[in-house]
Design a protein around this ligand. Structure first.
Ligand code: URP
Ligand code: ZN
Ligand code: ZN
Length: 474
């Protein structure tokens, strides 16, 4: 029998449905065999006592995203994909942002130029539609969807990004006709503006008031509205970065009605709270993201959503800005209010260890659900399955080997990103990815980068099986 390029021997493989002791033979970047006593290989990786899992797929990250005047995102494709690999990920899906007045095609071209030759792991792009002109709705968006950009995000808040309800209906109609999946950032823009103005007038400018300017009803109302708009158009929708019980229950209610409504939550909503924004000096800015972290009861609700399947994907919403930097969280002088703090926190390297430690090790979810929430469901939802997201003969050999007993204290210096802090500094973790392999090539081994910049490729995607093109029946 001919040999394999690599054999991973002695480990326990887990997929979204099964756990079994088995070796994996890898040839030409793909899984060629699963079994025992596999023939010889160029390299044998000993996984005794370890878990062999599909590499993480993070379907919600931001790299090199234009973030407003005087603000620079901390990660580009090089540092972002490197950090992702350190955290056990093998594929990421960043967003290609269309700015107002920009053609969507131009934005995609520029984003490819940013990514080309710089990635350590594989990438696919979602679009962000911020300017749904006739040209975008009638031509650019449908053509890009056909070309493998099969999902796009829309915002219900943020200056320059927020769409009106009418615009939301227009883009949802394109999604319905083309079979694209719509992702929604659900927060009520006018309510946030109103609250921000009031808080500032009262001199309440500190980072904590970022959270007070976007309380739970702001998110719940927008979630309800997004679901209603999707119901009117009869199109599936993914509500991203859900932070609390009331929004989770809006999604659950829609699911119980039979609507194709899906939900995503993130680590910050499981382990951070609003209290973290109340740091001394400007330290609270390290936790400013939207929606903001809430309270302990909201954390419980997010766990419930993960356990019960209301949330099908667990993503990082990695959106990094440096802290001690005038182009980052400490925005230029004179801008003293929370209003100016760039929204978003880093987390692409810590997503998997946090869910493993807090979820699997603490008995809140089982290992197979962990795999589903962090890898398989992302691939299925966004048109990458079965090439990505599972360990099966014929699939890409995208694998993370985990030491389920390794105890690690999270410190920023082990995350290999472009930021200067982690919101999870000092957190005690049990279970850590010790090897990350993309298409059969080891990228990170025992905390050392061994992969090559440029090895990661761009992946055009199939349409989501959750979203079917429907042209008739208005
Ligand atoms: O604060 C956040 N989440 N920033 C990232 C952009 C987004 O809304 O996903
Ligand atoms: Zn968002
Ligand atoms: Zn995001």
């Amino acid at each position: 029998m001919s040999g394999y390029d690599v054999i991973i021997r002695g480990g326990t493989i887990a997929t979204a449905s099964d756990t079994f002791a088995c070796d994996a033979g890898i040839s030409d970047g793909r899984i060629a065999a699963l079994g025992r006593d596999l023939a010889s290989a160029g390299e044998v990786i000993d996984a005794t006592g370890k878990l062999v899992l599909p590499g993480g797929i993070d379907s919600h990250v931001h790299f090199s995203q234009p973030s407003g005047p005087d603000v620079v995102m901390a990660d580009d494709f090089e540092s972002g994909t490197r950090s992702a690999a350190f955290g056990g990920n093998t594929t990421v899906l960043p967003f290609c942002l269309q700015q107002k007045g920009q053609s969507l095609r131009e934005a995609v071209k520029a984003y490819h130029a940013e990514a080309a030759g710089r990635c350590y792991i594989d990438v696919a792009f979602h679009l962000i539609v911020a300017d749904p002109t006739e040209q975008v709705l009638g031509q650019e968006l449908p053509a890009l969807i056909e070309n493998g950009y099969t999902s796009f995000k829309v915002f219900m808040t943020y200056e320059g990004l927020a769409l009106s309800d009418h615009e939301m209906l227009e883009v949802m109609a394109v999604a319905r006709e083309t079979g694209a999946l719509v992702m929604v950032h659900a927060e009520n823009y006018d309510a946030i503006r109103f609250l921000t103005e009031r808080l500032e007038r009262l001199g309440k400018n500190a980072p904590l008031y970022h959270a007070r300017s976007r309380p739970i009803p702001v998110e719940r109302e927008a979630t309800h509205r997004a679901i209603s708009l999707a119901e009117i158009i009869n199109v599936p929708v993914m509500i991203v970065h859900v932070s609390n019980r009331e929004s989770m229950e809006e999604i659950r209610r829609a699911q119980m009605k039979g609507l194709k409504v899906y939900g995503e939550t993130c680590p910050q909503y499981l382990v951070l709270t609003e209290r973290d924004l109340d740091g001394l000096n400007m330290e609270g800015t390290k936790y400013v993201c939207s929606p903001p972290p809430r309270d302990n009861e909201s954390q419980l609700a997010c766990w419930e959503g993960l356990q019960q399947g209301v949330f099908s994907v667990f993503s990082s919403d990695h959106c990094p800005f440096r802290y001690d930097d005038p182009q980052g969280k400490l925005t230029p002088k004179g801008r003293t209010s929370f209003r100016w703090v760039p929204n978003g926190i880093p987390g692409v390297a810590t997503r998997l260890p946090i869910l493993f430690s807090e979820g699997v090790v603490k008995g809140r979810i089982d290992l197979n659900r962990f795999v589903a929430l962090t890898s398989t469901n992302h691939a299925k939802t966004y048109g990458l399955y079965p090439r990505k997201g599972t360990i099966a003969v014929g699939a890409d050999a995208d694998i993370a080997i985990w030491d389920p007993e390794r105890r690690v204290t999270i410190t920023h210096d082990r995350l290999a990103d472009g930021s200067d802090y982690t919101p999870y500094e000092g957190m005690e973790i049990t279970g850590w990815p010790v090897l990350t392999m993309v298409r059969g090539r080891v990228v990170v081994r025992d905390g050392e980068l061994v992969g090559d910049k440029g090895f990661g490729i761009y992946l055009p995607r199939e349409k989501s099986p959750l979203a079917k093109a429907t042209v008739s029946g208005w």
